[in-house]
Design a protein around this ligand. Structure first.
Ligand code: ASP
Ligand code: MG
Length: 401
């Protein structure tokens, strides 16, 4: 049972979470809980660090951020114990979550469930800090924003849990962000494949890495509200009960920026140099587009998270004159909108319909990328709501009024 920051934001909510854990235990289940930092604590810690220096050391930043979750687990364990039920809290490091050494976005390499199993055998409710681990040589790492989901799924796989319940402040996965589309509907079941594309394209209910992990280890996720008992959304392997909707969801993402490198010599090896330098600086490149070349020169545009811009800039400065490119520019006033649906594989013409709807809404398309079950366009950020609503209606996703 994983609870996000909002669900443990106050002492009162912490007690409500404790009650939920206890109710489940009393019903006969063995319970492992994973919690995030309280409320906005992670953001506050980040802000503190940036008051000290604009570019804090990554090791120290992880050392700092990991304290948010460490506070939550101790308080939650106290809340359970105060109700007379045995509980014990562990940090990621204590339960043997071993990661690589990429600070602030470490990947889990290994997990030793023995300590959790022992604590369960001693009748404890086991409470584990989300979002953190340690490297093989004992450095504290964090898994990237939203990383507690990944901790929860990894632990669920490690202990062989029946289900990984992710409790959050929304009651499931929707056909679009309900703040943008009031008539968005809750999706009852969704396949890993679709959920992955949705997470990658801006649905922030579940982190992408947690869904990847769940798919790789066959963990069923139940994403549900921490404020009600209503069933939420089940994420699992596609089965015959799931209808292949042509379009299951419309997603949007305003957290990326577009970088364009101008006057790039068009010969073999140039793109390889640019993108390996970016990869070396840990920049998560998303879409890439290269124009047709004129006079042996071309422009390359790509998108990357705004949070990676500083590192991307450094990497480009280092490579730009070496490859003989002219200059580079940044546009962070963009948005990515996407259609996701397993049925797209077998239904031609979706692209044309998408473009027509956007044209009718007066939305200009900048970059386009596709996967077998996703279509994405980069547009101007101020048009994102208009575009998402128009697409949601066009593909029959609006709930009846
Ligand atoms: N507290 C971390 C964050 O805000 C991890 C999480 O909540 O999953 O990103
Ligand atoms: Mg933006």
């Amino acid at each position: 049972m994983k609870f996000g920051g909002t669900s443990v934001a106050s002492v009162q909510r912490m007690r409500a979470v404790a009650d939920r854990l206890i109710a489940r235990r009393t019903a006969g289940d063995e319970v492992v809980a994973v919690v995030s930092a309280m409320g906005k604590v992670t953001d506050e810690l980040l802000a503190l660090a940036h008051q000290i220096t604009p570019h804090p050391s990554m090791r120290e930043l992880d050392m700092l951020l990991a304290t948010g979750e460490q506070s939550s687990i101790a308080l939650l364990a106290m809340a359970v114990q105060a109700a007379g039920i045995p509980a014990i809290s562990f940090t990621g490091s204590q339960v043997g979550i071993v990661t690589d050494s990429v600070y602030s976005k470490a990947k889990i390499l290994q997990l030793d469930a023995a300590r959790v199993m022992d604590a369960l055998a001693q009748h404890n409710i086991v409470i584990v800090a989300g979002f953190q681990g340690r490297t093989a040589d004992g450095q504290i790492t964090t898994l990237g924003r939203g990383g507690s989901d990944t901790t929860a799924v990894a632990l669920a796989a490690g202990v062989g849990a029946d289900v990984c319940e992710i409790y959050t402040d929304v009651d499931g996965v929707y056909t679009a962000d309900p703040r943008i589309v009031p008539r968005a509907r809750k999706i009852r079941r969704v396949s890993y494949e679709e959920m992955l594309e949705m997470a990658a394209s801006g649905a922030d209910v579940l982190s992408m890495r947690s869904v990847e992990f769940a798919r790789n280890y066959g963990v069923t996720i139940h994403c549900r509200s921490s404020f009600t008992d209503q069933p939420g959304t089940i994420v699992k392997e596609a089965d015959s009960l799931m209808e292949d909707a042509i379009v299951s969801a419309v997603t949007s993402d305003t957290s990326e920026a577009k970088i364009t490198i101008r006057g790039v010599p068009d010969h073999p090896g140039v793109a390889a140099r640019v993108f390996s330098t970016l990869a070396g600086a840990n920049v998560n490149v998303d879409m890439i587009i290269q124009n047709i070349s004129e006079d042996g020169q071309t422009d390359i545009s790509f998108t990357a998270p705004e949070t990676d811009l500083h590192r991307a800039g450094g990497a480009l400065e280092a490579v730009i004159s070496g490859i003989g490119a002219r200059t580079w520019t940044i546009d962070d006033n963009i948005a990515k909108i996407s259609l996701v649906g397993a049925g797209m594989k077998t239904h031609p013409g979706i692209t044309a319909r998408m473009f027509k709807v956007l044209a009718a809404a007066g939305v200009n398309i900048d970059l386009i990328s596709t996967s077998p079950i996703r279509l994405s366009c980069i547009i101007a950020q101020p048009q994102v709501e208009v575009a998402v609503r128009a697409l949601h209606t066009e593909f029959g996703l609006d709930a009846s009024a």
